[in-house]
Design a protein around this ligand. Structure first.
Ligand code: NAP
Length: 292
């Protein structure tokens, strides 16, 4: 935690990424500030891919100088930003991605609150993570955070990826950071899913398929019945009920969206920058209003 920013009169946070038009982060952090009667602003800093080598260091100067109290990072810079930071927290180092930046002892730290946010949301939904096998659909940045969090909790995980080399890279990268004996990789296809559904009690979608505006898309194979006894956790939160969630609920399964994870990761970032726990119910209410 960056203790030097405690009890400031006015805060200034920001988000680096592209595109940022539909980001809920300003709403979440403005609500968090308001709940503590704090002044401040959460700025959006859209960074063009063509000049990120110039733009990202410029924003980092502002956080080093104290002009900004904290930065979030989103697609497509969670990995690219690492080269400009001084240190990584163990979570960010293991996952290989940063979504939260803060200054401590004049050093620029990169942290990852996606993994912790995911874990906290599973806990608040009372989803057991050790009851059998967990299928993770997709092997991108969010999958890395989710799989890291699950392996640290001794879960048995199967990554289902359209490019298995991407998933194998996760396993390779994690080998020195966390136990990977219980991590298996399969192709995201009807055939391999069918033969790996035994003992699966939780299915997690980390692909963007079904996200607004392409709400008709879905990573689940069309002819495969969604296991009715399994639970679905879809990281997507816009729309609040994805096509995959509809398929799961029709089949009789419980289904949750990723809004809880989004709120938890934001709350953890806010705590990192201010030392204060925000009111997550109020954050949820504000996010739902913004999505409506
Ligand atoms: P990413 O790094 O681009 O990874 C996306 C993954 O999905 C990759 O493995 C990609 O494979 C796969 N994929 C994409 N299109 C596919 C398709 N047609 N068929 C099969 N696989 C496909 O993105 P990310 O950062 O992980 O984000 C993924 C999703 O999670 C987004 O919807 C994001 O909004 C959401 N998310 C939510 C939270 C939250 O707090 N709730 C936090 C982080 C992310 P290829 O590399 O082969 O394309």
């Amino acid at each position: 935690m960056n203790a030097t920013t405690l009890h400031k009169n006015e805060y200034s946070f920001g988000l680096l990424g592209f595109p940022l038009d539909h980001s809920l982060s300003p709403v979440l952090h403005h609500t968090a500030l308001k709940c503590h009667n704090l002044k401040g602003k959460y700025h959006l800093f859209p960074v063009d891919q063509n000049d990120f080598h110039l733009s990202i260091p410029q924003q980092l100067i502002r956080i080093r100088s104290g002009e900004l109290d904290g930065l979030n990072v989103t697609i497509p810079y969670k990995q690219k930003v690492i080269q400009y930071l001084d240190e990584l927290t163990p979570a960010a180092d293991a996952i290989g991605a940063v979504n939260t930046i803060y200054v401590d002892n004049n050093k620029l730290f990169g942290h990852n609150t996606d993994a912790g946010g995911f874990k906290r949301d599973l806990e608040s939904l009372n989803i057991d993570h050790q009851a059998g096998n967990i299928l993770v659909l997709g092997a991108g940045g969010a999958a890395r955070a989710v799989v890291y969090s699950l392996l640290r909790s001794d879960s048995r995980v199967i990554i289902c990826a359209r490019r298995t080399e991407q998933a194998n890279q996760i396993k390779l990268d994690f080998e020195s950071k966390v136990l990977t004996n219980h991590l298996h990789i399969i192709e995201l296809s009807e055939e391999s899913l069918t033969s790996n559904l035994n003992e699966v009690f939780l299915i997690i979608n980390t692909t963007p398929l079904g996200m607004s505006p392409n709400t008709n898309r879905c990573p689940w194979p069309e002819n495969l019945i969604f296991p009715p006894d399994a639970c679905l956790y879809d990281l997507i939160y816009n729309p609040l009920k994805t096509k995959l969630m509809q398929i799961a609920t029709i089949s009789g399964a419980r289904a949750y969206n990723g809004l809880g994870m989004l709120i938890e990761q934001a709350a953890m970032a806010f705590f990192t920058w201010t030392g204060l726990d925000p009111d997550k119910d109020k954050m949820r209410e504000a996010a739902l209003n913004a999505l409506a």
